[in-house]
Design a protein around this ligand. Structure first.
Ligand SMILES: [Zn+2]
Length: 437
């Protein structure tokens, strides 16, 4: 195109030519052509999608010809439909039948008997029976937050260890399980009686706050969720260390963070356990987060020397293809069958023996109003949970009122949103969006 005609087109305004010698008018024309082309393509895709939704014998001749004229659009639409079907199937919960479950669990029992070093990885699916929502299940925390729905955590303080927690504790006691690595922050493994050195809580524990200024870091176990004020990169709980006066922080690894605390995360314990593992049993985890921690999967070993991998989950996981066996069942059902196969008793959860009541440090009088979360109520009189060191004042700070007889009256459930899962997550998302604008 000559320069004069270009000048006419752009109204006399000369633009610097690009390196390829394309003027502004030419670029405009090209852009317009691109827009028209995209619009046409979109319309073709719409038409092809509509036609493909019909059964083959219901399509008119013209429609059949349209499909023949646009083979790449047909391929694209079919590909999309295959992918969305796959996504849908991955979200679906699948249950093995009774017989299949039995057969699979006896295979698992055989593997447990032979294992020298069994490590258990647990996710939110083992706590759903304790009324704690899972993350990526159809009603999970993650799923609900993705839909923009509020998540209530008012029941968290009332949750108790499930049958699965108790089975894991028993297997650890029998020395059949060497270590437990959990993504859960609900503290239920410790409350089942599993010792802390046998556990890595990779994302923290909602009942533990720590003083990072004391050396070694000083842990304060509480009988309430300590995370109500904490969120992404905001860890201060509002209370102070009884020894040095420094601010206490929660132990939660909020969405978008990397965990740095030694305890209760215990990464060294998790890595050492994974390094020696010859059998890994994954219970109720989507593994979408755990799969990212390379050190947990012994991928540096040659394939034949990697640990056997058994996965118990109702939904698809990204490790399914690598699993020795995938068991599509609820954790409690599978664990009950497993304990039968191994001829082991399942210890019932006994609240009076819940270690949290002995481990808990009572609040100082001035801290009594420092939280609004429900207390884990002890089963009977306050003597059952009075801390052994006699530190701190009235049991009323963390239990029923001193004059209360019998079990604590039900505390009114505050309408809270989760500190340890809800707020951290949404704050992170909002911040990201703002940055993107
Ligand atoms: Zn301190």
């Amino acid at each position: 195109m000559c320069t004069t005609s270009l000048l006419n087109v752009v109204g006399g305004e000369m633009e610097a030519d690009t390196g390829a010698g394309v003027s502004r008018a030419e670029k405009k024309a090209l852009d317009k052509a691109k827009i028209v082309h995209r619009e046409t393509e979109r319309n073709v895709l719409k038409t092809v999608t509509r036609i493909l939704k019909k059964a083959e014998d219901e399509r008119s001749e013209e429609e059949a010809r349209t499909l023949l004229r646009h083979p790449s659009a047909v391929e694209q639409v079919r590909g999309r439909s295959v992918r969305s079907g796959q996504q849908r199937r991955r979200r679906e919960e699948v249950c093995d039948g009774v017989e299949e479950l039995r057969t699979k669990v006896s295979q698992l029992a055989a593997a447990v008997r032979c294992a020298q070093h069994l490590v258990v990885y647990t996710g939110a699916g083992i706590s759903t029976a304790a009324s704690i929502p899972d993350y990526r299940g159809p009603n999970g925390v993650w799923t609900q937050l993705q839909k923009g729905q509020a998540v209530s955590s008012s029941d968290l303080g009332r949750a108790e260890p499930t049958l699965t927690h108790m089975c894991i504790k028993a297997l650890h006691q029998q020395n059949l399980v060497k270590h437990v690595v959990s993504q859960n922050c609900d503290g239920l493994h410790l409350r089942s009686g599993l010792p802390q050195q046998g556990l890595s809580e990779l994302h923290g524990n909602m009942f533990i706050e720590v003083c990072a200024s004391c050396v070694p870091a000083r842990e304060y176990v509480r009988v309430f969720d300590v995370t109500e004020r904490t969120a992404l990169r905001r860890h201060a709980t509002g209370r102070r260390c009884g020894r040095c006066g420094a601010e206490l922080r929660d132990t939660i690894v909020h969405f978008g963070e990397r965990g740095t605390l030694e305890q209760p995360l215990n990464w060294s314990g998790a890595a050492a356990a994974a390094g020696s593992a010859d059998l890994i049993l994954c219970l109720g985890s989507s593994l979408k987060v755990l799969k990212k921690y390379a050190c947990l999967w012994s991928m540096n070993r040659p394939a034949k020397r990697r640990p056997l991998l058994f996965i118990v989950n109702l939904q698809w996981t990204p490790k399914d293809d690598l699993a020795t066996l995938k068991i599509n069942g609820r954790c409690d059902e599978v664990m009950e069958l497993l304990m039968k196969e191994l001829d082991l008793q399942i210890p019932p959860y006994n609240k009076a023996e819940d270690p949290i009541f002995h481990q808990a440090t009572p609040l100082r009088p001035e801290e009594e109003l420092s939280h609004t979360r429900c207390l884990i109520a002890p089963p009977a009189g306050p003597e059952d949970h009075r801390p052994p060191d006699g530190q701190g004042p009235a049991p009323g700070a963390q239990g029923p009122a001193p004059d209360a007889q019998g079990p604590a009256p039900p505390a009114p459930p505050p309408p809270v949103q989760g500190g340890w899962f809800g707020r951290g997550f949404s704050k992170g998302r909002k911040r990201k969006r703002r940055k993107a604008v």
